[in-house]
Design a protein around this ligand. Structure first.
Ligand code: AMP
Length: 422
């Protein structure tokens, strides 16, 4: 099978890497660090299967346009992708499908928004309705900060039109969980659970990012929790979409919080998580290209199986991420990092430099995935490889998967020797 992956980040590198076990893969546009990258638009590529990575082209209807050309596509059309394109609509679908979620309101007028904030107690969540690359969310205990977010979002100052409508939610507490389900329009099968780390700094401090690391499996998400997530969230949502005439073929990614009252959906995404894909996909034993082709054809037969190995991904970001990432720094140590046992380095935001050199380009530059027989080994290997990498101002979190490894201090001795501070 010949597969075309659409996108240019670490998630697309991971998709290509894992599908290459059984298929021929090209990536468009890809980047200087992803083998098989071609600067050709997807509509001009000949492939048996198209897998669309990022949310922006999905929301923009790329899957519809490719399907209209007769191509087999894994990824929802614009109708289903609206789940991610509009948080207000997503919340409406959740409520209609009876899926447990946080109490919320949708607002375009500042006074109404401020009035709703006053009805919440303690933890305030303000989100842009539209896409904001994972950054349009403010979670705060300060009502003043919440009010400021409302003002900045609604005025268009912070996120332009994406913020001119806001969703305000009650704050939930508990461990977070990402469940990625492969859907063929009628049936959904869950991939292994993952947990990601959204804040930029250790100890969940600093602003939200696209994600600074992830791990899988998740000890708190046993089979019972996974069954509950599928029965109470993913299956009813897929049925609700179908009832609206939406034939959803792609990933339905449920971002959940395991609250004391049971799992609640925080959000849906319409694509593989980044960096969740970098820990979940390498653990897959099933043929990924076949699985996605079956879903794309509306005929899922395979059930995904996972190996016993654990995976931990640490994201290496450029200086200034997420506010003002600096591009153009030379990346050192890539070969050495790749030689660490069990490690794969996925290229996210890189550009070609002189000769074989790679330069930093985006905010999230490299995703270092370590695998091993348990989370602690996987984590140790990932950080060992991270220690080999460097560029001026490289920033990593040091506590990815630390709590899950039962390492309360958050760091192994060897991790301390690594620079990587902002
Ligand atoms: P989202 O883009 O909706 O996934 O939100 C990004 C992050 O904000 C989530 O991963 C959570 O850490 C946090 N968050 C979102 N909604 C809530 C909520 N209702 N309560 C607490 N934290 C939230």
């Amino acid at each position: 099978m010949r597969v075309c992956v659409v996108g240019s980040g670490g998630r697309e590198h991971a998709l290509a890497h894992v599908m290459r076990r059984t298929a021929e893969v090209v990536v468009t546009p890809g980047n200087a660090g992803i083998p098989g990258s071609v600067p050709i638009p997807p509509s001009e590529i000949d492939a048996d299967l198209f897998v669309i990575g990022p949310e922006v082209p999905l929301v923009d209807g790329l899957a519809d346009r490719l399907r209209a050309q007769g191509k087999l596509v894994f990824g929802p059309g614009a109708d289903g992708a609206r789940l991610e394109g509009s948080k207000a609509w997503m919340k409406q679908v959740l409520v209609e499908a009876g899926v447990p979620t946080a109490r919320y309101g949708t607002f375009v007028e500042p006074d109404d928004a401020h009035g709703f904030l006053d009805t919440l107690d303690g933890l305030y969540v303000v989100k842009t309705d539209g896409l904001a690359a994972g950054k349009g969310v403010t979670v705060t205990e300060s009502i003043d900060e919440a009010r400021d977010a409302v003002t900045n979002f609604l005025s268009g100052a912070a996120f332009g039109d994406a913020g001119r409508r806001v969703v305000i939610e009650e704050g939930l507490t508990g461990p977070e969980l990402s469940v990625l389900a492969i859907c063929d329009g009628r049936r959904a099968v869950a991939l292994a659970p993952a947990q990601d780390f959204k804040r930029v700094d250790d100890g969940d401090q600093g602003p939200n990012t696209g994600g600074m690391g992830a791990y899988s499996p998740v000890p708190v998400a046993g089979p019972e929790v996974m069954a509950m997530v599928m029965d109470q969230a993913v299956d009813p949502t897929l049925a609700a979409l179908r009832a609206q005439g939406i034939d959803y073929r792609g990933v339905l990614y449920a971002g959940l919080m395991l609250t004391p009252g049971g799992p609640k959906v925080i959000e849906y995404n319409v694509r593989f998580g980044d960096p969740e894909a970098q820990v979940v996909l390498p653990r897959l034993r099933t043929d990924l290209a076949d699985l996605l082709a079956e879903a794309a054809a509306g005929a899922l037969r395979s059930d995904p199986g996972f190996g016993p190995d654990a995976a931990v991904t640490v994201v290496c970001a450029s200086e200034g991420y997420p506010h003002a990432p600096r591009p153009g720094d030379v990346i050192a140590g890539l070969d050495q990092a790749r030689r660490v046992e069990g490690v794969t380095v996925f290229c996210a935001g890189v550009a070609a430099g002189l000769g074989d050199e790679l330069l930093t380009e985006g905010g999230r530059v490299l995703d270092v995935t370590g695998m091993g027989p348990d989370l602690a080994t996987a984590r140790h290997r990932a950080y060992q490889a991270v220690a080999a990498l460097s560029w001026p101002g490289m920033h990593v979190r040091h506590d990815i998967a630390a709590a899950a490894c039962g390492d309360a201090a958050g760091l192994h001795e060897s991790d301390h020797q690594q620079g990587g501070q902002r």
